[in-house]
Ligand binder design. Structure first.
Ligand code: ADE
Length: 229
C-alpha cells in the first residue's frame, strides 16, 4: 500500500509516522508513506497556499491551485483508489470505513488548514471525507495520522499476532473485553479466575459477556446496532 499525504505543515507529520507499528510497517516495506509540502506547488511568488474567503468571514481558505497541481502530478505517476479529506463537517470515521480503506492500494490524504479548503477541491478531487469526532482541530494532520494508524495496523503482517487486529474493539461492533497480564495478584487485586483456568471455551464466553456488558454501559448505541443485526 502507498499513502501520499499532502500538507501545508508537513513537519507535523514526521514524528508519529516514524515509530512503533507504523514505523516498523514502513521499515519492512508493508506501507510506503510519502509526505508532500503543498507549498512547493504554489505558483504564488510568496508560495502562498491560502486566501480570504469570497463573501467575507473570518479565517483563510486554502486555494485550489497548489492542491490541484500536487494531486494531478501524483495521478500522473500512478492510479489512486481514493483521495481522502479529513474535515469536521463529514461523517464520523468508524471501523467499517477503516476496514474498507485498508483494502485500497494507493491513497491520497489531503490535510486542510486554516478555515478549510476551497469547495471546488472537495467537489472535483476528493472521493471520501471523514471526521474523527464532533470537535474542531486546527488542521487535518492529526486526523490524517489517526486514519493512517487505523489503516496500517490492518495490513496483513503488520501486527505480529494476526488475530489481534480482529480482536480489536469495534471489529464485531462491540467494545473489547478487559485484558490482564502478569502478575495474577497485583497488590491484592486478582485477575478473574476464569482467565487462568485454561478452559478456552469458558474464556471465550467470559470475554463475550464482558464485551456486551462494557458496551452496554459505555456505548449503548453500539449494542443496539448489534442486536438489530
Ligand atoms: N479537521 C479539523 N477538525 C477535524 C475533525 N474533527 N475531524 C477531521 N478533520 C478535522
Amino acid at each position: 500500500m502507498r499513502i501520499d499525504i499532502i500538507s501545508a505543515v508537513p513537519e507535523l507529520l514526521s514524528g508519529p509516522l516514524d515509530h512503533s507499528i507504523i514505523g516498523r510497517a514502513r521499515d519492512f516495506g508493508k506501507v510506503d508513506i510519502v509526505i508532500h509540502d503543498v507549498r512547493a506547488y504554489s505558483k504564488d511568488k510568496h508560495k502562498k497556499v491560502d486566501d480570504y474567503p469570497f463573501g467575507g468571514g473570518a479565517g483563510l481558505v486554502m486555494t485550489p491551485q497548489p492542491i490541484f497541481d500536487c494531486i494531478e502530478s501524483l495521478k500522473k505517476e500512478r492510479t489512486y483508489d481514493a483521495v481522502l479529506f479529513p474535515t469536521p463537517d463529514a461523517v464520523v470515521l468508524d471501523q467499517k470505513m477503516v476496514n474498507s480503506f485498508s483494502l485500497f492500494e494507493n491513497l491520497i490524504i489531503l490535510c486542510g488548514h486554516y478555515k478549510g479548503v476551497d469547495q471546488r477541491v472537495r467537489d472535483e478531487i476528493i472521493t471520501h471525507e471523514f471526521s474523527i469526532g464532533d470537535y474542531v482541530l486546527s488542521g487535518g494532520e492529526l486526523p490524517a495520522m489517526v486514519l493512517v494508524d487505523s489503516i496500517v495496523r490492518l495490513i496483513p503482517g503488520v501486527i505480529g499476532d494476526s488475530e489481534s487486529a480482529l480482536d480489536d474493539s469495534f471489529q464485531d461492533g462491540l467494545l473489547s473485553a478487559p485484558v490482564y497480564t502478569r502478575p495474577a495478584d497485583f497488590r491484592g487485586h486478582k485477575i478473574p479466575e476464569v482467565l487462568a483456568s485454561g478452559n478456552h471455551e469458558k474464556i471465550r464466553k467470559w470475554r463475550e459477556n464482558k464485551a456486551i456488558e462494557r458496551t452496554g454501559k459505555i456505548r449503548p448505541d453500539l449494542l443496539r446496532n448489534v442486536i438489530d443485526k
